[in-house]
Design a protein around this ligand. Structure first.
Ligand SMILES: [Zn+2]
Length: 229
């Protein structure tokens, strides 16, 4: 019987990305947000900067968020958030890929996320397909293969085998070595369909029935991988 089974994997935030660009004072390249935003007004024109601290020497440097913009072009609430160093806006600016591109620096997302996979234990053995919704709490680029390894507790080779066998089905646009940074869905297919096809084949060819069933009863490599994880 086919029921619509669903699971949710959450990609949770465990830190902010590091801003990677040369420090003018030392040979360091890694910066973290200082927690401050600076707003300078010149008549009706505003400059807004995100302030960073060098992780090595602590020197403060600026990232241009808005340059010479008319005060009326900013949402009043947004301006208040800038003036008050609103932590969620500091976070948002620090994680912004467009701000990084505009200012010519790279974001290092290492150690900024973890996966909370809420998958039923029997997911890999149940023949009924399981839809897994992957939800991103932050726009961290996550390699799909690594996400699957962490989500399923499987080795890289086991994940590759399951994708090759069609037991893990990814969206068409998403390759195993691609990086995802926004929500998507995948489906897990149990071994049932494959095994049933094998059984049907065995019934048709009784000559090999004495050999193959013992192979069918041997532990599935995936179960060994799961148990070892
Ligand atoms: Zn420095």
């Amino acid at each position: 019987m086919h029921t619509n089974r669903k699971a949710l994997w959450a990609v949770r935030q465990s830190g902010l990305p590091t801003v990677v660009r040369p420090c003018p004072d030392c040979s360091g390249h890694r910066h973290r947000p200082s927690g401050k935003i600076r707003v300078n007004a010149s008549g009706k024109l505003l400059d807004v900067w995100l302030l960073l601290s060098c992780a090595w020497c602590d020197r403060t440097s600026k990232v241009a968020v808005h340059e010479r913009v008319h005060v009326s072009s900013l949402e009043p609430a947004r301006l208040v958030a800038y003036e008050n160093n609103c932590p969620s806006v500091v976070q948002e600016l620090t994680m912004s890929a467009s701000l990084a591109a505009k200012n010519g620096y790279r974001l290092d997302w290492t150690g900024t996320w973890r996966v909370e996979p809420h998958t039923p234990l029997y997911a890999l053995d149940d023949p009924t397909p399981l839809t897994v919704g992957v939800r991103f709490e932050l726009p961290a680029p996550v390699r799909v293969e690594r996400l699957l390894m962490l989500g399923l507790g499987l080795s890289r080779s086991a994940v590759r085998r399951m994708v090759a066998d069609g037991r893990i089905r990814l969206p068409q646009a998403l390759a195993l070595d691609a990086k995802a940074h926004r929500d998507f869905e995948l489906t897990l297919h149990g071994p049932g369909a494959v095994d049933e096809a094998k059984q049907a084949h065995l019934l048709d060819t009784p000559a090999v029935a004495g050999v193959v069933p013992s192979a069918a009863q041997s532990p599935h490599p995936l179960r060994r991988a799961t148990a070892g994880a």
